[in-house]
Design a protein around this ligand. Structure first.
Ligand code: G16
Ligand code: MG
Length: 216
């Protein structure tokens, strides 16, 4: 019996994945790395800022020191935050708000499981914060997805057993993390058929059989 649903943020509730890509692309252009594409960006989904930077740098041919990498990650975050200034409730993905409302009406607790350190800011800017009970984000964890830590912290904050939680994810790393936390996973988004999740849907707007999922 599911008592809490833990949502990933980027690509599940909000469309910030496009902003991440544009910020990384700007950095890549400045570094003269022209081979960084949307295909590479798929490997950045759900993984930490530093690991995402490694994806960009692997497309170039220079070695960077740890200090340089820190500066580059910081620079990307500055670009990303500039883009986040434009973010408002229009950035909420189709069906997301209605889904949160519906689950809350059923008495289900809502958690966020995002490795982004900007998660609280994003929830504030979109107004989604009002539909969320507990946030587990990049500020709470030491290990990024596919490690289960971010979802375990979310369940702990909600006061639920791991088996009582369902994870909603759009990234492969996130699906692996949810399963490693012994939680059932609903995979959504453009790649949903490739995620190997327990349940699948193209988006939260779709006809999802919540009755069955929550009874499991
Ligand atoms: C998100 C994105 C990742 C990003 C990570 C860290 O994870 O999907 O691409 O690298 O956050 O974000 P930040 O640089 O803002 O700390 P999630 O777990 O929300 O999908
Ligand atoms: Mg995501």
């Amino acid at each position: 019996m599911i008592k809490g649903v833990i949502f990933d943020l980027d690509g599940v509730l909000v469309s910030t994945d496009e902003m991440h890509f544009n910020a990384w692309k700007k950095l890549a252009d400045e570094l003269g790395i022209d081979k960084f594409t949307k295909e590479d960006n798929k490997r950045q989904k759900g993984v930490s800022r530093m690991n995402s930077l490694d994806v960009v740098l692997s497309k170039g041919n220079r070695i960077y020191t740890e200090e340089e990498k820190e500066e580059l990650a910081e620079r990307k975050n500055t670009y990303y935050k500039e883009l986040l200034e434009e973010l408002n409730e229009n950035g909420i993905l189709p069906g997301a708000k209605e889904c949160l409302k519906m689950l809350r009406q059923k008495g289900i607790l809502i958690g966020i499981g995002s490795v982004s350190k900007n998660a609280p800011l994003i929830l504030e800017r979109t107004g989604l914060i009002h539909y969320v009970d507990k946030i587990s984000c990049g500020l709470d964890i030491t290990r990024s997805k596919p490690d289960p830590q971010v979802f375990e912290v979310a369940a702990d904050k909600l006061g639920l057993k791991y088996e009582e939680c369902l994870v909603v994810e759009d990234s492969f790393a996130g699906v692996v993390a949810g399963k490693a936390a012994h939680m059932k996973v609903l995979g959504i988004g453009t790649e949903y058929k490739q995620l190997r999740a327990d349940y699948e849907a193209p988006g939260l707007w779709a006809d999802i059989n919540w009755e069955v999922i929550l009874e499991e």
